[in-house]
Design a protein around this ligand. Structure first.
Ligand code: GLA
Length: 434
């Protein structure tokens, strides 16, 4: 076989590794109820914040009117505690009639009318984690068809109240059942989180074939401790996780909590930057009706979003964990660009971290840098020493353009080529303004 044919054939086989439903070629973005609203069903006392159709319609209004949708935040996802405690007479799941008087189908229409998508939640097992009706093996096809009939766009399949054997059957079966409906439904699997997140118990090759995203690890809570714990687990296990991710198949470190109560602005930036490096799904769980402008501008940071949504879909890694408490993260991006994040674990004061691009494995050349949060640009040669000042529990995040093409100037005399000279300083790449 010729090399070109070989490459073509191997690219085909790579393409078939991801779930073949065509959705989520870049990490999905949107809003998810759980972390902020949990199982608040007390609509009599808390009508604005209880799990009801009003809450999801309110969030849809905010997404479509406050600039989120245009940035890619299009999913509005229901989590646990949406359903009635009983299935209907035909054995189908049904929404709680008091809190969702219009039913889920009406809510899906509401989203679609606004260019948004609706996600829903179920559980592989006898009950959901919150104690609502689960989806046992015999109900998988029926429930998949019900969600498709309601024109749902994404489905999170949790794993409470089932054992490893049932999960091993149920998660692939649900994937097939969703596909068989003919409706493209993004499929989020909590399976690995229930099996410790690591091989040999977790088979990431198989997950990539049946799910679009998967929760690998425990639930996020509204605290920096929780975010740091998640960051540590994901990067301690990066060798396993990075190769599992790609277009259509993503590791999910759980929701973004900027705009809630537990993170400072620095910490919110850190979560956003590191989730972007990880090619993580970006589901916010916060109150978009009252979010402050600081948290909003972090979650709407265009450079962080461009990095997160890079079409190559290669998950980034931690490349350095310094004794000083500085971590350096790197992600390769399309167009030969890359992203760098300098993160401080320190708790004293801003730390001046000094390095060069060549120490960070960059090859010879002159690079255009765009700082995601200060919005400043600069040009840096690989060998130039630079200093970044990183705040305690904060980050500096850079989009790094491909090195400038070296300009070859050639000298002719009497019509004959005499020699050539590389013009290093001329930057052929325009600065990154997005
Ligand atoms: C589990 C999941 C959470 C959430 C709750 C709902 O804990 O991991 O994300 O869905 O169940 O009860």
């Amino acid at each position: 076989m010729h090399l070109a044919e070989l490459l073509f054939v191997s690219s085909l086989s790579v393409a078939t590794f991801a779930l073949d439903n065509g959705v989520m070629r870049v990490p999905p973005m949107g809003w998810l109820a759980w972390e902020r609203y949990r199982c608040d069903i007390d609509c009599d006392h808390d009508p604005k914040n209880c799990i009801s159709e009003n809450l999801f319609m309110d969030m849809a209004d905010r997404l479509s009117e406050d600039g989120w949708r245009e940035l890619g935040y299009v999913y509005v996802n229901i989590d646990d505690c949406w359903s009635s405690m009983k299935r209907d007479d035909n054995g189908r799941l049904q929404a709680d009639p008091k809190r969702f008087p219009g039913g889920i189908h009406k809510l899906a229409r509401y989203m679609h009318d606004r260019g948004l998508k609706l996600g829903i939640y179920g559980d592989m097992g006898t009950h959901t984690c919150g104690g609502y009706p689960g989806t046992t093996l015999d109900k998988i096809e029926l429930d998949a068809q019900t969600f498709a009939d309601w024109e749902v766009d994404m489905f999170k399949f949790d794993g409470c109240y089932s054992n490893a054997t049932e999960q091993e059957q149920g998660y692939p079966l649900m994937s097939k059942a969703l596909n068989a409906t003919g409706r493209p439904i993004g499929y989020s699997c909590s399976w690995p989180a229930y099996q410790g997140g690591l091989p040999p118990k977790v088979n990431y090759t198989q997950l990539g074939e049946i799910c679009n995203l998967w929760r690998n690890y425990g639930d996020i809570q509204d605290s920096w401790d929780s975010v740091l714990n998640i960051i540590n687990w994901f990067f301690e296990n990066q060798d396993v996780l990075v190769s599992a991710a790609g277009p259509g198949k993503w590791n999910d470190p759980d929701m973004l909590i900027a705009g809630d109560f537990g993170l400072s602005m620095e910490q919110s930036r850190s979560q956003m930057a590191i989730w972007a490096i990880m090619a993580a799904p970006l589901f916010m769980s916060n109150d978009l009706r009252t979010i402050n402008s600081g948290a909003r501008s972090i979650l709407q940071n265009k450079i962080a979003i461009v990095i997160n949504q890079d079409p190559m879909g290669i998950q980034g890694r931690r490349i350095l964990k310094e004794k000083s408490g500085i971590d350096v993260y790197w992600r390769p991006l399309s167009k030969n660009a890359s992203a760098l994040v300098f993160f401080s674990r320190r708790t004293d004061m801003p730390y001046r971290y000094q390095t060069t691009l060549s120490k960070l494995n960059y090859t010879t050349g002159s690079y255009q840098i765009y700082d995601a949060f200060t919005e400043k640009t600069m040009t840096l040669k690989d060998s130039t020493s630079f200093v970044v000042s990183v705040n305690p529990t904060g980050v500096v995040m850079w989009y790094v353009s491909a090195p400038a093409k070296r300009n070859i100037r050639q000298f002719y005399r009497g019509g004959r080529l005499q020699g050539s000279l590389f013009d290093d300083d001329e930057n052929a790449i325009s600065p990154v303004f997005l």
